[in-house]
Design a protein around this ligand. Structure first.
Ligand SMILES: [Zn+2]
Length: 344
């Protein structure tokens, strides 16, 4: 989204789209809050007060500081105080942080569809536009809303993930492997009941946690924070860059768990697309890695029936020699089981 200021700001849409807990998460204090009845209590982010002065009512999306501040309000008021700005600028900031499409110039579009004109830029028409335009490499994910153009570092860490929880075995994830990747079963919060997997930028900054299902068969395979765009990153690239061994062809896979499977058979030079297609941003990351490390080939390993396989191979072939291997089980595959397709 553009950061230009427009004349109208849809305050209601901002307030309705973002929760007070998301705002507190943005400020990195959410981990210190605890539940008291239907409220949450924690340290005041405004005056950095003690652990219970700041009270939040999630159902109403409001807050109040009983400590020094003696004030409260909605999310706009909170951000306005935190950022020392007016509520209008606060609304624009929030819409930037949480990628609220069109907040600045389409007031009440969702609540009062009076005018019969088609929406200019809903997620769907955006995707159609991308399909026809040169942005067509972008990941298309019908189930998810549009994602931001850049990922921000996460301001908190999940502390009590369990790498040896029994549910990890249902996904064939060994606890040593989970520990190596910082993953584990999550007992509380948004990812409760899922396997949380930290995702880092190329430079190793923690960006998000993927919430993987504990079922061995997907749907929905992952929960992602709505302000995180997996299509902008390559899972495991930060570790691959850190490896000092001689560099074999880089393995590219679709799923994060394929990385785990490969790790267990000793193939560490592998990155995951976190989806079934490759985006322009991912292609650029790959291209940078290949040229910096003198690797000329990628080995794309995918499950039979992966959507858009041929297209992904063709895109990869723009930057490297591509070898495609289809297998239902990447880790156990032997050389003789591979049926290859060389694309020059
Ligand atoms: Zn306060």
């Amino acid at each position: 989204m553009s950061k230009q200021k427009k004349s109208l700001v849809d305050f209601r849409k901002v307030k309705d789209s973002v929760s007070i807990t998301q705002v507190l998460e943005h400020y990195g204090v959410m981990g210190e809050f605890s539940k008291r009845g239907n409220r949450l209590e924690g340290p005041c982010p405004i005056h950095n007060g003690d652990s219970s002065s700041f009270s939040v009512t999630p159902a109403k999306n409001t807050w109040y500081c009983f400590g020094e501040c003696k004030q409260g309000g909605n999310i706009l008021d909170l951000v306005a105080v935190m950022e020392k700005c007016g509520v209008r600028d606060a609304a624009i900031m929030i819409s930037d942080w949480f990628d609220l499409d069109g907040v600045e110039h389409r007031p009440e579009k969702q609540t009062k569809p009076k005018r019969p004109t088609p929406p200019k830029k809903s997620g769907k028409s955006e995707r159609k536009r991308r399909k026809s335009g040169k942005d067509e490499l972008c990941v298309e994910d019908e189930a998810n809303p549009p994602r931001p153009d850049a990922n921000q570092p996460l301001t908190f860490e999940l502390k009590s993930l369990e790498p040896d929880h029994e549910t990890l075995l249902a996904r064939n994830l060994m606890s040593d492997t989970a520990t190596h990747f910082g993953a584990g079963y999550c007992k509380r919060g948004l990812l409760k009941g899922r396997i949380a997997v930290p995702v880092h930028s190329r430079d190793g900054e923690l960006l998000a946690y993927a919430g993987a299902t504990t079922k061995d068969i997907k749907q929905p395979a992952y929960l992602w924070p709505r302000n995180f765009n997996p299509a902008l990153e390559l899972y495991n690239l930060n570790r691959v860059i850190g490896l000092e061994k001689a560099k074999p062809p880089l393995v590219v896979v679709c799923d994060i768990f394929d990385i785990f499977e490969l790790f267990e058979v000793g193939r560490e030079h592998a990155v995951a697309l976190m989806g079934n297609t490759i985006s322009k941003a991912q292609l650029a990351l790959l291209s940078d890695y290949l040229s910096a490390s003198d690797v000329a080939a990628v080995h794309f390993m995918a499950r039979p029936g992966t959507p858009k396989l041929r297209k992904t191979v063709c895109v990869l072939a723009q930057i490297a020699f591509v070898r495609l291997t289809l297998s239902a089980s990447l880790g156990t595959m032997s050389e003789t089981q591979q049926h290859n397709l060389e694309v020059a």
